[in-house]
Design a protein around this ligand. Sequence first.
Ligand code: PLP
Length: 356
Amino acid sequence: MKKRLFIPGPVDVAPDVLARMATPMIGHRTNDASVLQKSIHDKMQKLLYTENRIMLSTSSGSGFMEGAIRSCTRKRAAVFSVGAFGNRWFKMAEANGVPADKFEVEWGTPTTPAQVEEVLATGKYDLITVTHNETSTGVMNPVEEIAEVMKKYPDVIWCLDAVSSAAGSKIEVDKLGVDVCITSTQKALGLPPGLAICSFSKKAYEATKEVKNRGLYFDMQEIYDTIDKKNHQYPSTPSLSHMYALDYQLDKIMLEGLDNRFNRHSEMAKYVRAWADKYFELQPEEKYASNTLTNVKNTREISVAALNKALGMRGMVVSNGYGKMKDVTFRIAHMAETTLPEIKNLLENIEDILGL
Ligand SMILES: *Cc1c(COP(=O)(O)O)cnc(C)c1O
């Protein structure tokens, strides 16, 4: 049976969007390919509230996370981690020989502006990475407050992992001063996995010129330059199928209206949080709780596997806790095209199964 996915990616894809993946192929060096790239570029700029260049990569979001930290760290990177994906960014730095230090907090708590200030005041770092929405803990970091600190450090490059929040939560890239804002298709954007997307500032581009070993496939400078030199094309063959689907999905997102879309996500989030409070406990402090997924403390010590088995028979699935949080928490995603009635139905089924 097809299960309705309430997991934080991949998400269910609307049938008409999925159908766009079957668009007949074109050459990737044709004018049609340039027009497609440019169309996505302009719509993604609107979605991320930025004038910065939009770049795509045929990889999942991790590709651009690795590319950004490697291509833009001149001196040393400060990796702020609030969970599994922050830790992964640090591993990427290590694996690429990029000098970096990790500043990790207790899972379930955020990166605070005070922490960023303290770290940057040392003068040791010229790049920071922050996770906007930590999918392993359900924490959404206070990026507006962090942005205030960043204003004092205009030479520091700011990389933001917005993989599980972009298109589900408002991220005003230019207002925040984010240099590299990274997302991928299979979460709040509501597409199949396979494409990474980022906005990339001129400042980040200038930084790449001071970095010698940027690798090749994820060399952000090379991708940036090729968009100029080859009129909105890429160094290697991109997933044109994803690009067709993304271009179409962005039209649908604009038709829904950005504010409507973000409000729909926060309404679902509020509902799930209230439910979590009533029957279990919310893991992060309410103020830092994510708009796209809710991380519930398993205070009743239910078997998440058994719950999912029962839910599966009803055509639904939620997510267990991530990594070391397995069975300690469980996660309910409310992103992409998910609606409040679907969320209500899911929660009623969970109540029924657990006898709450
Ligand atoms: C899913 C996720 C990633 C990894 O993205 P991929 O597209 O799977 O590479 C990174 N960061 C966060 C916060 C995520 O949720």
